[in-house]
Write a protein that binds this ligand. Structure first.
Ligand SMILES: [Zn+2]
Length: 847
């Protein structure tokens, strides 16, 4: 029993659903009938299950071998999203079947059973599809909508003859159903949770199946996009093979479809057998996409396929376990993609995502990775960087500490012990501890039940390096929280894997030996080197591993944000990196410099631009504008990063002119190397006018690939004219921009250095209209851009607005954005004058 009013009683437990749904493509209503096979554990007078936005028709209970019991009344409780079905007489323990007829709406809110649209030469087409996680299956059919109530699902859809239907199971039969309709039935699913149900009806196509270890794999897409599916199939094939081997368990379903949907709220969803994606997360032309775009797709596909076992086959008992589900899939996708494309150095790219988590986790409003979830809606807060990126990082740290194979063996043990079952987080730690003999529970409990992360201080003590820890944050943020911290430390040529306990650790280090704490960069810590140790690692930076260089710069900028290092000192450190070869290292460096740019105006800003040109110019010149024979994907990526640096931050006239030419050629259909084409776009926008703006807007509709469309809509925020910004914002309301893309566009506008304030005015004025278009989660993504506002007046205004207009869900994510704003205000107050003095003519860093 549970005293949580949101948990369903376990007196009646489902084992199987036979579900028939018939959507009407004219009225968007649907009719449904469900027969649920139940086990009644104790005598009951009512049956309680989840239902919302549904109307009930006839219903009855049929005890095995007994007489039918009428359902005499249905009481709906919108607060708990439950239906109470009163029985005409008491049902006694035993097997029974519950029959319920119901109706609902194929909604336009991207959740439950919803509709997606696309237009082609013939006209507009509707796709009826689903997104159930976390708790929207109850909007599609009455059910026990908690992860613990696993059941087998036998689904039939009654659909217009000319449309195709897909679901978790393979198509088992298709029969005429009259009135131009067919009844399509699907193979039974494995026993699974309701949030994993998926089905989809529309004018769609599927690729020829590729058979991987007996499993047919297809990509489902709207007609005309078959040419964008080969990359996804290749990744899916690799991922299936990789995970089948890694987990040591065969793929748990019988087929695998990957479906690209024109409208989709999340990136993708791990429905067993039928994984759904937004188009940009699945369909791609590998010849014109950037490596970052391809990596994001490979990552997403591998992430979802990792869930087929971890999450789908073995599932969290309740929503508090969502973090582990997501963190694990995030980490596993890194392993899978790394095995597929080692030359992509995926852990370096992941460091960029991890930096986002570091930033949020440094706030006093951060949360522990796991927390108690009472109402299922509370879980909305879990779908953030602390779950995916911090959670995934802690697993990476643990894996590096335990060793790759022992970690894998522990995962195998855990899955094998809980097949088709539900688990708590501790079950995983227990399995890993059993296999490795390490204190996994003690270490991980500290990491998942405490918010924040350590600052490891490294100081010289005679012929030793003393490692101590505090909680990272601004002065005064250390509240005494400590972590048993897995850390690899390199002294000279020697690397040790340590568990740095709260009281610290000592490492032998002769005078003159280089000390690199967080060697390899896999621990979720910030590092502060005292005195000569900091000088020594700066001097040795060129010889560090790329991830270590990344960490050095990233930790330095974090220290600036925390008030422990000056922005001017950061720029001086950055100045040593002009010869850097790795795009992620440049990106973290440019992230810090981007903030400096925000804090500067007038002559000092000109001085800063010249500093950026001196830093990135020679490297871009060395890279050249044309891809070269034998270049790697990452070399080409670097070129794009440098073009952005020179064009956007350096405002280099020659770079801007060239970007305009490249963008025009790319728009005209010329084959331009992906990273260069993508980088040229926002740079060209800064020099564009009305004509270019019109062309960019059209490319959102007409782009040849989802990636190209995305690049163009993102670049709209880079046009310098205030009136074009107003016109860009207006397009968010007229239906031209899909709801799923609104956060991307508005975030770009809000974070625009010059137009952010105007964008915020627009958001305030049109709040109700924007809110009505978005799921609660997309709404918080839409407004997160306010985090960069860095004046007190802006901060007061934003706070007052959200006090008057509180968010319905994901409030924690908003609180993080608001605290980041106060961090930005403090950064400006602390650093702006000193930076301006340094970049003024004759200043330390000026010309
Ligand atoms: Zn996931």
């Amino acid at each position: 029993m549970s005293d949580n009013q949101y948990r369903l009683p376990k007196t009646v437990v489902p084992s199987r659903y036979d579900l028939v749904l018939e959507p009407d493509f004219e009225t968007f209503a649907f009719e449904g009938v469900v027969d649920v096979t139940l086990i009644i554990g104790e005598a009951v007078d009512e049956i309680v299950l989840n239902a919302d936005e549904l109307s009930f028709g006839s219903a009855w209970l049929e005890p095995a071998g007994g007489d039918q019991i009428e359902v005499t009344g249905v009481r709906l409780d919108p607060e708990t999203e439950r239906a109470h079905l009163s029985l005409a007489r008491t049902a006694t323990p035993g097997d029974a079947t519950l029959h319920v007829e119901f109706t609902g709406t194929v909604n336009d809110r991207l959740r439950g059973f919803y509709r997606s649209t696309y237009t082609d030469d013939i006209g507009e087409h509707i796709i009826a599809t689903t997104q159930m996680q976390p708790t929207d299956a109850r909007r599609a059919f009455p059910c026990w909508d908690e992860p613990e109530f696993k059941a087998v699902f036998g689904l039939s859809l009654v659909v217009p003859e000319e449309l195709k239907a897909f679901a978790n199971g393979a198509k088992a039969s298709s029969e005429p159903a009259g009135n131009g309709k067919r009844r399509v039935s699907f193979a039974d699913t494995m026993p699974m949770s309701t949030y994993l149900i998926a089905f989809c009806v529309g004018r769609l196509e599927a690729t020829e199946p590729v058979i991987m270890g007996g499993v047919p794999v297809r990509v489902v897409h709207v007609p005309g996009k078959g040419n964008l599916t080969s990359f996804a199939l290749e990744v899916a094939e690799h991922s299936l093979r990789f995970f089948t081997d890694y987990y040591g368990i065969p793929y748990p379903e019988k087929k695998l479809d990957l479906a690209a949907l024109p409208d989709f709220a999340a990136g993708a969803m791990e429905n067993p057998g039928f994984i759904t994606f937004r188009e940009a997360a699945l369909l791609v032309d590998p010849a014109t996409a950037t490596q970052v775009e391809r990596l994001r797709i490979a990552d997403t596909i591998a992430h979802e396929i990792a869930h087929m076992w971890f999450g789908d086959l073995v599932t969290m008992r309740w929503w508090n376990g969502t973090w582990l589900n997501e963190a694990f899939a995030t980490f596993m996708s890194l392993l899978a993609v790394d095995a597929w494309k080692p030359e992509w150095k995926v852990f370096e790219s992941f460091a960029l995502d991890r930096s986002e988590a570091f930033e949020v986790d440094a706030l006093s409003s951060t949360r522990s990775i796991e927390y108690e979830v009472i109402a299922p809606g509370d879980v909305e807060d879990m779908f953030d960087v602390l779950t995916y990126e911090k959670g995934g990082s802690t697993l990476w740290m643990l894996e590096q500490y335990l060793g790759r194979e022992p970690f894998r063996d522990g995962i195998r043990r855990y899955l094998a012990d809980h097949l088709y079952g539900n688990t708590e987080t501790a079950d995983l730690w227990d399995a890993l501890a059993e296999v490795t003999g390490e204190p996994v529970g003690r270490v991980m409990d500290a990491w998942i039940w405490q918010g924040g992360h350590p600052l490891v201080n490294v100081a010289r003590q005679g012929d030793q390096a003393a490692l101590s820890q505090t909680r990272f944050g601004h002065a005064g943020a250390d509240d005494g929280t400590r972590w048993p911290t897995p850390l690899r430390v390199r002294v000279g040529e020697r690397t040790d894997a340590l568990l740095v306990e709260p009281e610290g650790a000592l490492v032998e280090a002769a005078t003159g030996e280089l000390v690199v704490a967080n060697a390899g960069g896999s621990s979720f810590v910030r590092v502060h080197y005292e005195g000569e140790l900091f000088e020594a690692i700066k001097d040795a930076s060129a010889g560090l591993a790329p991830l270590e260089r990344y960490v050095l710069l990233d930790d330095a900028w974090a220290a600036v944000v925390a008030g422990a290092l000056g922005a001017v000192e950061f720029c001086e450190l950055a100045a040593r990196f002009g010869v850097e070869d790795e795009s992620p290292v440049w990106k973290t460096l440019l992230g810090g410099l981007g903030w400096c740019d925000r804090l500067l105006d007038g002559e000092p800003r000109e001085g800063f631009r010249s500093f950026v040109r001196d830093l990135a110019g020679p490297r871009l010149e060395a890279a050249g504008w044309e891809p070269r024979e034998g270049e790697s994907d990452l070399d080409r990526e670097l070129r794009g990063t440098l073009v952005r640096a020179m064009g956007l931050l350096g405002r280099d006239a020659a770079t801007i002119d060239r970007a305009v030419v490249v963008e025009r050629a790319s728009r005209a259909g010329e084959k331009i190397d992906g990273p260069l084409a993508a980088a040229a776009l926002p740079v060209a926008a800064t020099a564009g006018g009305e004509e270019e703006w019109e062309a960019f807007v059209a490319m959102y509709r007409d782009g040849r690939t989802p990636q190209q469309k995305r690049r163009y809509v993102q670049a709209l925020a880079s046009f310098p004219q205030p009136e074009l910004m107003q016109r860009t914002l207006a397009r968010t309301l007229d239906g031209y921009i899909r709801s799923q893309d609104l956060p991307l566009l508005v975030e770009g506008c809000l974070t625009s250095r010059d137009h952010g304030a105007a964008a915020w005015e627009f958001v305030k004025e049109n709040w109700d209209a924007l809110r009505s278009k978005l799921t609660p989660h997309l709404l918080v993504y839409l407004v997160e851009g306010v985090r960069v506002f860095s004046t007190q007046a802006q901060r007061d205004d934003v706070l007052a607005f959200f006090e008057a207009h509180p968010l319905e869900r994901a409030q924690k994510m908003l609180v993080h954005a608001l605290e980041r704003q106060s961090v930005a205000v403090a950064l400006r107050e602390r650093e702006a004058d000193e930076l301006a003095a340094a970049f003024a003519p004759g200043g330390r860093l000026g010309a």
